[in-house]
Write a protein that binds this ligand. Structure first.
Ligand code: GUN
Length: 284
């Protein structure tokens, strides 16, 4: 192995210690930070993510509520529940786990969340603020990836960065954050004709498409930084990312593992965003 591992668990531990301290300080002033997590339906992956988010709150001194609804929940009932959470002063962050059942318009639901409680950073007001360079909340996964670059002093100024994936949750905000940091950014995705042509020239690659082995060793420039946002299962049912880790780790300069890479950072940045929301509310 030539690549240095970027350990999301270790970095999360450091960042969560700061979160716990800030949560305790807010609680001592009568403003315990609170997160509401809303889950509709029974998507098994979502159940795991949501459980981990609630546990991370409990472990670090944040108050959390988990609101579970059946897949048959009507859209207007979900909107009414969000209105209640918007008005609840004990709740500083609201997270509606995606995907939602097909009969619910997720755009409408996200737009119903008060922007100052939108700790996912998905509301158009927050997405727009990110686009124009003054974000209130940065979406948790790309924000966590930026913390990984910073922790390892990976210089993004002038770097060629390739983001594989164009989702609102990861790909698009990731590209904007890299751009803000001074990288030259290319966004590739499932329809890109010659992916390797782009990745071979990249100093930094972020893979976020949700397809195993989308990035193999022959597609990576020696010494490049490779961030794997994928969460897939291999033929044996084991968790794996989008990157062929065994091959790419022999070529890359830095690489994130799956599990133990970006996953814990996403949850850590959700805690950070919730703390920031609570600090702003306490100041108001
Ligand atoms: N589904 C997959 N990732 C996320 C996320 O970061 N936030 C929400 N709300 N749903 C998700």
């Amino acid at each position: 192995m030539t690549a240095q591992l970027i350990d999301g668990n270790a970095l999360s531990k450091t960042l969560r210690a700061d979160v716990a301290q800030r949560a305790a300080a807010l609680t001592a002033r009568g403003h315990q930070p609170g997160l509401a997590v809303v889950l509709v339906g029974e998507n098994p992956a979502s159940e795991v993510y949501v459980r981990n988010k609630v546990k991370a709150c409990q472990d670090n001194g944040l108050f959390s509520v988990m609101d579970r609804f059946p897949a048959t929940l009507a859209e207007n009932e979900l909107l009414a529940h969000i209105a209640k959470l918007n008005a609840d002063p004990s709740i500083h962050g609201i997270l509606v786990q995606l995907p939602l059942p097909a009969h619910i318009d997720s755009h409408k639901v996200i737009e119903a969340i008060a922007p100052e409680k939108d700790v996912d950073g998905f509301h158009v007001a927050n997405a727009g603020a990110l686009m124009t360079g003054k974000p209130l909340f940065r979406p948790c996964t790309p924000y966590g990836v930026m913390k990984m670059f910073a922790a390892h002093d990976i210089d993004l100024k002038g770097a060629n960065a390739v983001v594989i994936g164009r989702s609102n949750i990861v790909g698009k905000p990731m590209a904007l954050l890299l751009l803000e940091a001074g990288a030259t950014v290319t966004i590739c995705h499932s329809k890109t004709r010659d992916l390797a042509k782009h990745t071979r020239d990249a100093d930094v690659i972020v893979a976020a498409v949700g397809r195993r082995n989308i990035l193999t060793a022959d597609m990576v420039k020696p010494g490049a930084t490779v961030i794997d946002v994928g969460m897939n299962r291999n033929d044996e049912g084991k968790l794996c990312g989008d990157v062929d880790f065994a091959g790419v780790k022999e070529v890359a300069g830095y690489i994130t593992p799956v599990p133990g890479g970006v996953g814990p950072m996403t949850i850590t940045m959700l805690l950070v965003n919730t703390i920031e929301a609570a600090e702003r509310a306490a100041q108001a």
